[in-house]
Design a binder for this molecule. Sequence first.
Ligand code: PMV
Length: 358
Amino acid sequence: MTLPDAVIAVAGTRDAGASAARVQVPATAVTAVAGTNIALVKYWGKRDVALNLPATGSLSLTLDRLGTRTTVAFDDGASDRLILDGAPAGDAATARVSAFLDRVRARAEIGRRALVTSDNSVPTAAGLASSASGFAALALAATRAAGLTLSPPELSALARVGSGSAARSIFGGFAEMARGERADGSDAVAHALPEQGPDGASWDVRLVIAITAKGPKAMGSTAAMTHTARTSPFYDAWIASVPADLIAARAAIAARDLPALGVVAERSALRMHAAAMAADPAIIYWNAATLAAIARVRALRDAGTPVFFTIDAGPHLKALCRAPDADAVAAALRAVPGVSETLIAAPGPGARVVEAQP
Ligand code: PMV
């Protein structure tokens, strides 16, 4: 599913400036959409697992055409039900959504169960960050359907409890997630980077996504982060390296300096994966095509195209480049053995409500 342009256009800034307040008449069914985001300075490690509090800040780009569309309707059902990509979801996914809805119900002081219908435009759990857009869309749709209007930082904190990276998808364009200091996580929220200017999409870069495998990733990010923290001798060095990368990334975005941002993105991804690979036993997300795609990006760069890679908790490669170079970068990556598909994404807006039935 690609999010239709019409949906994006309607989006606007419905949440801008909203403060935490009850709306008078809760809608019975609310649909929200959110774009996924790809971190350029990675989040890999938690200071609190239950609340998903990150051990460091992180910085990402929210995308336009990859994301999640979620409808939440509270009703008189005996339990929460989740329809994911057109089929009833399994017990684990339903329980994760239900636990998230418990937080919304507690806040709204309602007891009703919900029907949640969610469609992803990215392969679920393939390391393409569907949980980021998924929990951002769910946080917005569920709170509105429950009669709550949260401010963007409050929504970000709520989305974070579902998935750490989801906190960033509340915002469009370049977003930075704060580590925060408080134990309750109220300051572990994201914000749109002021360095990018008032319009989140004002720096018109592209991310070319090279799909290198089918199916879910080898190990979920929470288990992998915890395992890395417990067993990798490189974990502390990784955590210590992140603040300098955040400073460098912010400066590169303010200066619209793609090579400077690209250098930070590559070293952040490589250090994150190095920490995971050094865990015991090792966590290796890459396959042969991942490495071949890295080599292709470096070859393109040697030949004069400013293009830089990042890799998340999966085998796919995402290449950051200028808009006019995106087609050529996608063609070069598609020619890499083992790359089955490429997608070109642009900066996109933050999470927004697209439909609310009274
Ligand atoms: O939000 P989670 O728990 O799925 O973790 C995201 C981890 C990475 O995608 C690898 C990095 C990031 O910052 O998004």
